[in-house]
Every structure is written in structure tokens, then in C-alpha cells.
Design a protein around this ligand. Structure first.
Ligand code: HAM
Length: 434
């Protein structure tokens, strides 16, 4: 017997309505802020991710799920055998959106591209509560020439908080920080080497390697010894005056918009592309994987991926994890919506008339279902109830003889006889009212 792959899960029909509601609310809110949906492939050239997320990031080093061609070219997973480049399932959406932005010359078509996406992401992580190998994100990106504005940072962060509130996540906490510009990051890296260098031998093994590869990551180590050292020596990241002013403006804009936040000087994020503003949102009830969403500015990425060198691009975005949103807000209860009508044929020989009726209703926009297994009236009524149908249409001996149907209102428990020729119109009116 086959099982669902580790770290993935089936979203069963009973859960799908909650996903649908969540997705449609998310789409509506994103659109209300002027963002438009973009859909990119679930796999891309592996080098796109390596170049964007950074060779030192965990996602690139340990978690990329590579798609390799099957040995025989004729049986290749892909249409043509992969030659010079390989592919990987997308671990996140930002790299793909920037690739698409450049490839489709969106910068020539609009001054600011405000984009959002919903869909599955893939990371070869060790699965645990809230950490999956296939998970889903709601992501938002704003990219454009000369579009670095503290108000755009504030807009994105406010949108993330608005989404979480509307999607039912309670007790979310927003932490923000600034890593400074690309030039600041280089200077801060040197400064950190000096400050943390004196304690290098006391750092954990991972941090000793991070010290060499990407010293910023030492700041968010969860181990107590590393935390103590970091708390002692790094009070704030030394930003240039320009970056400090920008960060102050973002904070003021957030405060004015009523967004509650705390400044977290050690928040650095795990992907390399970030500059200036970074943020992370945690929620209660998630255990150790408590980040429900995160994001930040990534002004350098468009150039890094081949964007026009003459243009000064600004870019910022975030992504929320849908499974973590569902975990944080707890199990939803409630009755799942059923069909408008459940057709009941009291004898198997009435199935042709019942099926005809069923299709007429569906084509008229009325959702309808029936049981194709002959059974007793009691059992069929039980099925209509279980399906949570609003109305039952009963075809018995008298009805077939008189070209009528018995229309039962399942809520009111009332029943009436309607001519077959009128039933579609009668139900259209009733369904529209209920
Ligand atoms: P990220 O922090 O890697 O950022 O992921 C964003 C969110 O996706 C996390 O806060 C979490 O809710 C969810 N998530 C990540 N990994 C997993 C996993 N293995 N299982 C379940 N949920 C997970 C990004 O992906 C960036 N692209 C965000 C961004 C957009 N930055 C700028 N633009």
C-alpha cells in the first residue's frame, strides 16, 4: 500500500471548504490593497534559487528538492531530457516572481508591480509540527523602479497583519529590524566579526561555521550560550545614517497606521537576499515553529538576477504559511455546506427520470446530487440529511404517474407537490431566497 510522502498531507474534501474560504478572503484583501495575482511554475532552474536565496542559506544547502531526469531519456520526467541545467521544486515564491518580473519586462509595463500568489512550496526539511515538506504560502511582492518608500514597507506589513487578523489568527506578534543597505551589510559583517570574534571559541559548532559563511546567522541562533554572547555584545546593528532614517520612517508610518510592533535587533532572517527592513510574525499555539509569516526588503535581487543595471529597483515582500495559519487559529467547526437539492428515487426503475431531473437542475445552476444505489425511503432521506441538502425532491409512484415531484424543505420539514415542468423555476426562486 502506498502512503502520502513524509512531510506532505492530503487536504480532504471536509477540509477544502476552509481552504477555499481562506483563499478567497486572502485574494479579496490583497486586491483591496491594489495587488494582482501572479502564477508561476512550481519548479524552476535550480540556479535561480541558489543565486537568490544564497549559497549559505539552509534552504539552498539542505532543503532544495531537485528534480532529476530519469536515466532513460525516453522516460524523462520532463518532456525533453534536462541537459545543461537542472530544476528544483520552488522552496518559496520570491525568486520565481523576480525571475518572471524581469523576463516579462514588467518594469516597462507598470511603475510598480504589486503582485501576490497562493500555492504550494517545497522544502526537504525534517518534518515536525508546523514544518512540512510541501506547504502552502500566501505571498505578496511589490517591485518597481525607484520604488523604495517607507510607506510601501508599512503598506506591506500592514497588509500582512490585516490578512492574519481576517484569517482568524489571534495573538500575532510582529517583530521588525533593519539590516541596512547592501553596503551597510558588508560593513556590519566586518563589525560583527570584530565583536563576536573575541567569543568565537565559545560559540556552538553551527555558529562557528556561520561565523565564516554568513555571520548574520549567528544573531538568530537559538542555543543559550550563543544567545547570551549575542545579547551581551550586539545591542543594535550599526546602520548608516541613511538606513537609520529610513528605518525610523518605516516605524513612524507603522505607528501612524496603528500597527503594533516590537523592534528585534537580532532578527536577521534565513534568506540572503534581504536588505533594510526585515520582519517576522509569530502566533500563539504553534510550538517551536511559531513564525506564521515573514518578509522584508530585497532591493538588490532584481540586479542579481539580471535586471536592467541602469534602473534602481526597489522590492519588498512577505509570505504567510497557510498550514501555520490553520494551526494557529485552531480547528474550525461548523456544518459544511451541502447541495441545494438531493433527489430521491423511491424505486430503482425511477432512476432515469431522477437522473434527467438531476442534470436539468445542475444546468440551471442549482447544485444537486442523488444516490445511484437503490435503497429504502428512510435510508435515502438519511443520505439527504447527511449531505446537508437544503431540499429533497422525492419521486415515488404517484409522482411518476402524475408527472410531479414532492418538494421537501429539509429545514422547515414541510412538503408540497410541484409539477415536473415547473420544478426548475420553483427551485431557482427558493434557492435564491435561502
Ligand atoms: P520564509 O520565512 O522562508 O520566507 O517563509 C515564510 C513562511 O512560510 C514562514 O513564516 C512559515 O509560516 C511558512 N513556512 C516556511 N517553511 C515552512 C515549512 N517547512 N512548513 C510549513 N510552513 C513553512 C519566505 O518564503 C520568503 N519568500 C518571504 C518573502 C517574500 N520575503 C520577501 N518576499
Amino acid at each position: 500500500m502506498f502512503a502520502v510522502p513524509r512531510g506532505t498531507s492530503d487536504i480532504l474534501p471536509d477540509a477544502v471548504p476552509f481552504w477555499e474560504t481562506l483563499e478567497s478572503k486572502a485574494r479579496k484583501i490583497c486586491k483591496s490593497y491594489g495587488y494582482r495575482e501572479i502564477r508561476t511554475p512550481v519548479y524552476e532552474d535550480i540556479n535561480l534559487f541558489k543565486r537568490s536565496l544564497g549559497q549559505t542559506s539552509d534552504v539552498v544547502n539542505k532543503q532544495l528538492l531537485e528534480i532529476s531526469p530519469i536515466a532513460s531519456p525516453s522516460k524523462s520526467l520532463l518532456e525533453s531530457p534536462v541537459q545543461e541545467s537542472n530544476y528544483a521544486l520552488r522552496p518559496e515564491g520570491t525568486a520565481s516572481v523576480v525571475r518572471s518580473y524581469i523576463e516579462n519586462n514588467l518594469d516597462g509595463k507598470e511603475s510598480l508591480s504589486k503582485l501576490f500568489y497562493l500555492g504550494p512550496m517545497f522544502r526537504g526539511e525534517r518534518p515536525q509540527k508546523g514544518r512540512l515538506r510541501q506547504f502552502h504560502q500566501i505571498g505578496v511582492e511589490a517591485i518597481g523602479p525607484n520604488s523604495t518608500s517607507p510607506f510601501l514597507d508599512a503598506e506591506l506589513i500592514a497588509l500582512a497583519m490585516h490578512l492574519l487578523k481576517e484569517l482568524g489568527v489571534k495573538g500575532s506578534r510582529l517583530k521588525i529590524n533593519s539590516l541596512g543597505s547592501k553596503e551597510d551589510k558588508a560593513a556590519i559583517s566586518t563589525w560583527l566579526r570584530g565583536e563576536l570574534g573575541r567569543h568565537k571559541s565559545e560559540l556552538c559548532e553551527d555558529c562557528q561555521s556561520r561565523f565564516e559563511r554568513n555571520i548574520f546567522r549567528v544573531l538568530d541562533c537559538k542555543k543559550e550560550t550563543c544567545r547570551n554572547i549575542v545579547n551581551q555584545v550586539v545591542k543594535n546593528l550599526p546602520l548608516s545614517t541613511e538606513s537609520q532614517i529610513y528605518f525610523d520612517q518605516v516605524r513612524t508610518a507603522l505607528t501612524n497606521a496603528g500597527v503594533v510592533f516590537e523592534v528585534a535587533p537580532h532578527l536577521v532572517r534565513g534568506l540572503d537576499y534581504y536588505t533594510n527592513t526585515v520582519f517576522e510574525i509569530s502566533a500563539e499555539g504553534l510550538g517551536s515553529q511559531d513564525a506564521v509569516g515573514a518578509g522584508g526588503r530585497y532591493n538588490g535581487l532584481v540586479h542579481e538576477l539580471g535586471g536592467n543595471e541602469k534602473i534602481d529597483y526597489g522590492a519588498i515582500g512577505f509570505a504567510l504559511g497557510i498550514e501555520r495559519i490553520l494551526l494557529a487559529r485552531g480547528q474550525e467547526s461548523g456544518v459544511l455546506p451541502g447541495p441545494d437539492v438531493f433527489v430521491i428515487a423511491m424505486k430503482e426503475e425511477y432512476h432515469p427520470q431522477a437522473f434527467l431531473l438531476l442534470q436539468q437542475l445542475r444546468l440551471a445552476g442549482i447544485s444537486a446530487d442523488m444516490s445511484f444505489v437503490a435503497s429504502s425511503m428512510k435510508s435515502l432521506m438519511g443520505k439527504a440529511n447527511k449531505a446537508n441538502a437544503r431540499f429533497a425532491l422525492i419521486l415515488g409512484e404517484d409522482e411518476i404517474k402524475n408527472q410531479t415531484v414532492a418538494l421537501k424543505d429539509m429545514k422547515a420539514s414541510s412538503q408540497e407537490t410541484v409539477a415536473v415542468k415547473d420544478i426548475v423555476y420553483v427551485l431557482q426562486a427558493r434557492v435564491a431566497r435561502s
